[in-house]
Design a protein around this ligand. Structure first.
Ligand SMILES: *[C@@H]1O[C@H](CO)[C@@H](O)[C@H](O)[C@H]1NC(C)=O
Ligand SMILES: *[C@@H]1O[C@H](CO)[C@@H](O)[C@H](O)[C@H]1NC(C)=O
Ligand SMILES: *[C@@H]1O[C@H](CO)[C@@H](O)[C@H](O)[C@H]1NC(C)=O
Length: 577
């Protein structure tokens, strides 16, 4: 009997594992490529006829091109938080009420809360290999150095190589800082003023013109030194504090060498695919392109028609091509869903080096105007997705969340609200409209605009409650502030500005009760939707609170003994090629 029982048990096991392999085989790999700050108007297949992006164009030709693909926020940190979790960033506390709207320090305590479930985590539980190469910008630690509560490896990734922060001006020697610029200026000013006072008083006392005690002068000098020291410790080493490379939990290059990074990241991405070709994998290739400071290999410099910025876009396209080639050469093309996207619109205020948002108004930092949130979105999966299909219905970057999880055979979490929608019915042509009847366009925690796609109607209405005040007047952007604020320097509209995006995607023809007979009905319906949406929000810990965004020396990731953080385990003579 025993033997028979064993035999039955064994065959059950075999059958189960056999079933598992078959099931595993049919699940696709996912290669997600995210550009940073890239405008929708920078890409050939989205209408740019002077920048050459043949590789992205080819993906679109062989796959599906989304033309109304919307980021949940117009800045890196909140947009990426929404992308990873499928939820509006206000739900996870990852959007801000103040002027600071992205994480500023790797030594801050804010970041993607550990109890958020990223798609990587679900896929990892489904047996996927999950790697992230490139930029993270969703926090590092909470309470002590190296607790890594916000780190990619604590959010479902099994491999991380890249920047816990972002490419920023501070990472390039000789460029100006972008972090708390006014705080820095004030600290410097105060310490300079104190220094002048101390010198004057000393001279005055030595020449008997001033009658105060040496004690007072000494006190002032100590005070001035403390000011100077705090500025110097916080900001003098920004390149060390923020610009470094990690492999998994280890800091491997601090500060980073910008000139070797594009090469290194590409190499890492290629190796990740090769290492995992046998099992289903997720690779999130989160590029530093085309965020400033631009760094482009010599091979691409001066090759585009649009200066430094165009060169960088063309290099980005080349990198996309390299990744697609690897997938194809390994024979994985038909088993791999490739997605290309930008985290939000191009940075129009970044003068000569900013992105181009095509016919759309506004750009990075602006939560309401299309230019800040409408981005390129291309999906290719040969043999499964139709080739050359264009979808102009509203879709969101948050849709990737349920789409990936469903395709991987996983369960979308039921204990929380997920704002993304499965894209498959739309891609396969089973439905004509997307599942987003309303979309809420936040700038920080402030609701700036709402988009309404009524059922069974071709119109797409958009109501703006708040819009940034552009400066100088007549410009489209906040050139004197570098980026438009969400709360101060905004105009509130009552009645809201109303546009029909299906006829007026550039948002230039404001509707009125005279030009649109249903004007009031439309606004009333949208107002009801806003009320319903607000009821679904619950208070959560604010990741951008004052204490969370401060630099905390005891959280600073450091290769060496703090504050002497310096190492380079990566370069081995590899330089710009
Ligand atoms: C193509 O992109 C460049 C650089 O961003 C921009 O200056 C140019 O106006 C764009 N061309 C079109 C036709 O959109
Ligand atoms: C991949 O799918 C395409 C489209 O269905 C098909 O033409 C091609 O032969 C497939 N390639 C392989 C290697 O199976
Ligand atoms: C995560 O924890 C916070 C604080 O305890 C809580 O407010 C929030 O609802 C939790 N989020 C989820 C998705 O469970």
């Amino acid at each position: 009997y025993r033997n028979i029982l064993l035999a039955i048990l064994c065959s059950c096991c075999l059958w189960r594992s056999y079933g598992r392999t078959v099931e595993t085989d049919s699940r696709p790999n996912f290669v997600l490529i995210m550009a940073d700050d890239l405008g929708i108007g920078d890409i050939g297949c989205y209408g740019n006829d002077t920048i050459r992006t043949p590789n992205i164009d080819k993906l679109a030709k062989e796959g599906v091109k989304l033309t109304q693909h919307i980021a949940a926020a117009p800045l890196c940190t909140p947009s990426r938080a929404a992308f990873m979790t499928g939820r509006y960033p206000v739900r996870s506390g990852m959007d801000s009420s103040s002027r600071v709207r992205v994480l500023l320090w790797t030594g801050g305590s804010g970041g993607l809360p550990p109890n958020e479930t990223t798609f990587a985590k679900v896929l990892q539980n489904e047996g996927y290999a999950t790697g992230i190469i490139g930029k993270w910008h969703l926090g590092v630690s909470c309470e002590v150095r190296n607790d890594h509560c916000h780190h990619p490896l604590n959010h479902g990734f099994d491999y991380f190589y890249g920047l816990p922060f972002t490419n920023a001006m501070d990472c390039k020697p000789g460029e100006e800082s972008f972090i708390m610029v006014d705080v820095q200026a004030n600290l410097r000013l105060v310490s300079q003023m104190i220094a002048v006072a101390v010198v004057t008083l000393t001279v005055g006392k030595l020449t008997d013109l001033v009658f105060i005690s040496w004690k007072v002068v000494a006190c002032l000098a100590v005070f001035g030194f403390l000011f100077f020291a705090s500025w110097y410790l916080c900001f003098g080493f920004l390149r060390y504090w923020n610009c470094f490379v990690m492999r998994n939990h280890e800091v491997v290059q601090q500060p980073l060498m910008l000139e070797m990074l594009p090469h290194k990241l590409l190499e890492q991405a290629v190796q990740y695919i090769e290492r995992n070709k046998q099992i289903p994998f997720l690779l999130f290739f989160s590029l530093l392109h085309v965020h400033t400071p631009l760094f482009t290999r010599t091979k691409f410099i001066g090759k585009s028609k649009h200066g430094q910025y165009g060169d960088n876009v063309e290099e980005l396209d080349w990198m996309v091509g390299e990744i697609v080639d690897v997938v194809e050469n390994l024979g994985l093309a038909n088993k791999t869903l490739i997605y290309f996207v930008s985290d939000h619109g191009g940075h129009v205020e970044d003068c000569q080096v900013g992105g181009w948002n095509g016919i759309y108004r506004g750009g990075k930092g602006m939560g309401g105007w299309e230019g800040g949130i409408r981005v390129p979105g291309v999906l290719r999966w040969p043999g499964v997705f139709p080739a050359g299909r264009e979808i102009d219905k509203p879709t969101s970057l948050m849709d990737i969340y349920p789409t990936l999880i469903t395709l991987a055979g996983g369960q979308v979490p039921h204990d929380r609200i997920i704002d993304g929608r499965n894209l498959m019915p739309l891609i396969e042509g089973k439905v004509q409209q997307s599942d987003h009847e309303f979309m809420f366009h936040y700038c920080g925690i402030y609701l700036h605009a709402v988009r309404w796609q009524p059922k069974d109607s071709g119109s797409i209405w958009k109501a703006h409650y708040l819009t940034p005040v552009f400066s100088p007047e007549g410009a489209i952007g906040c050139y004197n502030k570098h980026i438009c604020p969400c709360h101060e320097h905004v105009t509130s509209h009552d009645p809201p500005l109303l546009f029909d995006l299906s006829k007026d995607p550039s948002e230039t023809k404001r509707l009125s009760p005279r030009t649109e007979p249903h004007f009031h009905e439309i606004l009333d319906r949208i107002a009801v939707a806003v009320e319903e949406h607000k009821k679904t929000l619950s208070p959560v810990p604010q990741q951008f609170s004052f204490s969370n965004i401060l630099w905390k020396p005891w959280l600073q990731p450091c290769c060496g003994i703090f504050p002497f953080c310096w190492c380079d385990k990566e370069s081995n003579g590899v330089r710009n090629s």
